[in-house]
Design a protein around this ligand. Structure first.
Ligand SMILES: Nc1nc2c(c(=O)[nH]1)N[C@H]1C(S)=C(S)[C@@H](COP(=O)(O)OP(=O)(O)OC[C@H]3O[C@@H](n4cnc5c(=O)[nH]c(N)nc54)[C@H](O)[C@@H]3O)O[C@H]1N2
Ligand SMILES: Nc1nc2c(c(=O)[nH]1)N[C@H]1C(S)=C(S)[C@@H](COP(=O)(O)OP(=O)(O)OC[C@H]3O[C@@H](n4cnc5c(=O)[nH]c(N)nc54)[C@H](O)[C@@H]3O)O[C@H]1N2
Ligand SMILES: [Mo]
Length: 749
């Protein structure tokens, strides 16, 4: 089971933030979670006088550096951004030329924005009209402006809509495809961008190729394995093209069939075994269900350098295996940074004791399951080799196969060369000099050919395609509802042979769209379209003509294939504002959402949750702790900085419950679960909300489970997991849990 929580890739880079004249941050706390990258924001503030604007339900350490701060109610960012758009359109501050040439559907946004007057936004978000106007003024009138977001936007039932309204705001201002602008989506784990690109996900093949017969056949051919053999690995062919379970809801796959549990659609069987590589388990929402699921599994196998606290949470005694995984210092290979650029890493030491690297564990598993040959054959295909060299041949395999995001240039040879010469790149533009001239550091994707520069700023038409320029991708046809989806006249990247919008390139249209004639041999070798063209003729010809293989189209503000065509504010499932639930209800229940029937309306309407659970529950991170926390709580010095699980609470709220600073308190959730934690007084949270750090485990609903750690392995700090009380609720598109928008009740312990 792998793990990619965020979604969206950074369009620019942390370094490029130094070019920004305004910075707005929604639901991210980079001073704590990206403290090294945060330096670039401070440089922009110092050098360009860029105002930093923070929108967060808590006054964070990032907010402490901000010029303007809005204390928003959790889950209301769509209302806030429509409020900004309302003011922008009313004053004519939008970039009309950009919208006309490069955006589809902005009129629908304009209509919805007209409804979001400052007064209405203020009522929904809890931010004053003056503050909204002040922030919009400061942000919209200073371009380029960059927009940052992270988990505060994604961990909601409407998270996917949040991640659309933010780019729409940027599109309206013409802030996309420019230095100092863009959506700088701060990613999470080391190499989480790489994990997403490689598809540690259940709904795509590597490189975001869809689950379709065509993609499977392309991969079968590229891996050198028989398509029918691949098909035979599934219970029936239909399951090949169905999404799997997600990390958020594997527990439902185990518990299905029990009274009150959500139904599943999984070829007639429950999940019986769990294999974990690199997830903490206690970081997953609904810990009481997760515990029950762990207890009911037939087999648990966890590969981890630490004692994964899943084994502390479960009461299962037999058939639980902990495999010692090596850390990243004990292996080597290519990882992807938050700005889509690659980094080559070298091994520092051999794996210690009997530990094994993740790839060796997977190779051994493939051997035992009888498909090692098929599993590794892709690495032998390029030069018909007899044996492979790890990790070089793995990198060269995906460079050869994945066209969708432009991995062709990411050969192990080039990436190693970047590692060797990493001092020869400019820190802001990322452009190399001396021997690295003509390449951006890490070859940020798309890197279309073996000599392409990489693309430091996505969708930038001010530079030529050869130097990383491109328009928006043409992915959804040429027309929709009678409107042209291709980019407008004259809006092709610099030096393009075709100055206007153009479709994605196929073998059929290449001669016409590029204005070239292919030789007979080229015609024979060329792939059907740019996504499956392993001959790379399409990409090469495109480079010669200054054109992007994926076309030059309009960005979609209206996504007609989504549950909400334009982003719509919907109240969280457990909302403190029941009056607004009627006006902005959630979705209908969603059957078969990644194989699990998922409750929306039926959960929201079950009762007036705010009566029993009147307080907003926010969760997030601490600078000295990481993720589920076992790694950092196992460090004596890091643990000392936050030795106990706590709850940030406003003294005013605490006083109403007779809770004093340092007292123990109970937090109860709508799922009938509870945790016991220490109260920590702070004014960073308002009186209607509390904050819990997500990094603790080892206690469960008041019970100390320390005895479950194998001898000598108890971390220096243990405590309740916030995820025991985070509320039921999942994003309508991605199924990310609503871990940042829930309710709770508190009481003195
Ligand atoms: N020190 C440290 N650094 C880390 C990590 C770590 O565990 N420790 N984890 C890494 C990972 S995996 C990730 S994904 C990133 C996450 O990085 P961030 O997203 O910055 O992390 P969080 O603290 O979870 O959440 C950010 C902010 O969202 C706010 N928030 C909550 N609800 C809402 C809302 O509805 N609207 C708005 N506007 N804001 C809201 C919270 O108050 C919080 O301050 O950090 C990475 N960096
Ligand atoms: N309430 C709440 N819950 C959240 C969040 C939140 O904001 N609030 N944030 C969510 C987010 S964004 C994320 S990313 C998750 C993070 O939560 P997890 O994904 O659980 O994050 P980590 O603690 O980093 O867990 C990684 C595990 O991998 C192990 N590990 C480290 N290196 C290696 C390696 O090389 N190989 C192997 N096999 N294992 C290794 C570690 O020891 C650890 O046990 O939590 C999510 N849960
Ligand atoms: Mo994350």
């Amino acid at each position: 089971m792998a793990n990619t929580w965020g979604y969206g890739a950074m369009t620019n880079s942390l370094n490029d933030i130094q070019n920004a004249k305004a910075i707005i941050i929604f639901g991210a706390n980079p001073a704590v979670n990206h403290p090294v990258g945060f330096r670039h924001l401070l440089v922009a503030k110092e050098r360009n006088n860029a105002q930093i604007i923070v929108v967060d339900p808590r006054f964070t350490r990032t907010a402490a550096h901000a010029d303007l701060y809005a204390q928003i109610r959790p889950g209301t960012d769509i209302a806030f951004m429509y409020g900004m758009l309302n003011i922008i359109f009313k004053n004519g501050w939008e970039n009309k030329e950009f919208i006309n040439d490069r955006v589809y559907g902005m009129d629908d946004i304009r209509k919805e924005a007209a409804k979001w007057t400052p007064e209405r936004v203020s009522d929904v978000t809890g931010v004053s009209t003056q503050k909204l106007i002040q922030i919009t003024n400061a942000y919209a009138r200073q371009t380029p402006g960059t927009l940052l977001w992270a988990m505060g936007l994604t961990q909601h039932t409407i998270g996917s809509s949040n991640t659309r309204i933010a780019p729409i705001l940027q599109l309206a201002l013409g802030n996309m495809g420019v230095e100092g602008g863009g959506c700088n989506i701060l990613r999470g784990h080391d190499n989480v961008q790489g994990a997403t690109d490689m598809c540690c996900l259940s709904h795509t093949l590597p490189g975001y190729y869809g689950l379709s017969d065509g993609s499977w056949k392309y991969f079968a051919k590229s891996w050198g394995v028989d398509y029918n053999w691949l098909k035979g690995r599934f219970k029936a062919k239909e399951w090949m093209n169905k999404k799997g379970f997600t990390l958020a809801r594997w527990y439902a796959g185990v518990l299905a069939g029990k009274a009150g549990e959500d139904k599943i659609h999984n070829a007639g069987t429950n999940l019986k075994a769990l294999v974990v590589l690199g997830n903490g388990i206690t970081s997953i929402d609904q810990q009481a269900k997760v515990k029950e699921a762990l207890d009911n599994l037939e087999l648990i196998v966890i590969a981890d350098p630490f004692v994964n606290e899943a084994v502390v949470l479960t009461d299962k005694k037999d058939d639980v295996f902990l495999l010692p995984a090596a850390s990243q210092f004990e292996t080597s290979g290519c990882v992807t940074a938050t700005n889509r650029s690659a980094q080559w890493r070298s091994q520092v030491i051999e794996p210690l004791y009997e530990s094994k690297t993740d790839q060796d564990l997977m190779f051994e598993l493939a051997k035992r399951l009888g498909f090692y040959k098929e599993f590794t054959k892709g690495m032998l295909m390029k030069e018909n080799k007899k044996s492979f060299k790890w990790p070089e041949d793995a990198t060269d395999e995906f460079a050869r196969i994945i066209k969708t995001i432009g991995f062709t240039g990411w050969t192990s040879k080039r990436l190693k060369n970047h590692q060797k010469n990493w001092d020869k790149f400019d820190h802001v533009s990322l452009m190399g000099y001396g021997p690295m001239k003509g390449e951006y550091y890490g070859l940020p994707w798309p890197c279309w050919t073996e000599t392409h520069s990489g693309s430091p700023v996505l969708y930038d038409i001010n530079r030529s395609v050869k130097e990383g320029g491109m328009g928006f991708r043409n992915r959804f046809g040429l027309m929709h509802d009678g409107v042209d989806l291709l980019a407008g006249k004259g809006s092709a990247p610099k030096d393009s042979a075709n100055p206007d919008g153009y479709p994605e390139i196929t073998a059929k249209n290449i001669e016409k769209v590029l204005g070239i004639t292919l030789s007979a041999s080229e015609k024979k070798r060329i792939g059907k379209n740019w996504k499956v063209d392993t001959s790379n003729i399409i990409a090469q010809k495109c480079m010669e003509r200054g054109m992007a293989p994926y076309g030059n189209a309009k960005a979609r503000a209206n996504v007609w294939t989504f549950p909400d065509r334009i982003p719509m504010h919907r109240e969280p499932l457990h909302s403190p504002r029941q009056d607004l639930v009627k006006e902005y209800p959630t979705y209908k229940d969603k059957p078969n959402h990644y194989r699990v029937d998922t409750r929306y309306a039926s959960e929201q309407d079950k009762e007036d949750w705010s009566k029993k659970f009147p307080i907003n529950l926010i969760t997030g991170r601490l600078v000295n702790m990481n993720g589920a926390g076992v790694e950092t709580r196992s460090s004596k010095y890091l643990a000392k900085l936050s030795p106990e699980m706590f709850c940030d609470i406003n003294p005013g709220l605490a006083a109403n419950h007779d809770i004093k600073n340092g007292d123990m308190m109970w937090i109860h959730s709508p799922s009938d679960t509870k945790i016991k934690v220490k109260a920590r007084f702070t004014y960073s949270v308002a009186e209607d909300r509390v904050f819990l750090p997500m990094h603790f485990a080892g206690y469960f609903q008041g019970e100390d489970r320390s005895a479950h750690y194998p001898k000598g392995h108890k971390p220096y700090a243990v405590g309740e997991s916030a995820n025991t009380v985070t509320n039921y609720g999942y994003d309508i598109v991605t199924q990310l849990p609503e871990t940042k928008g829930g309710l709770c009740r508190i009481e003195k312990a």
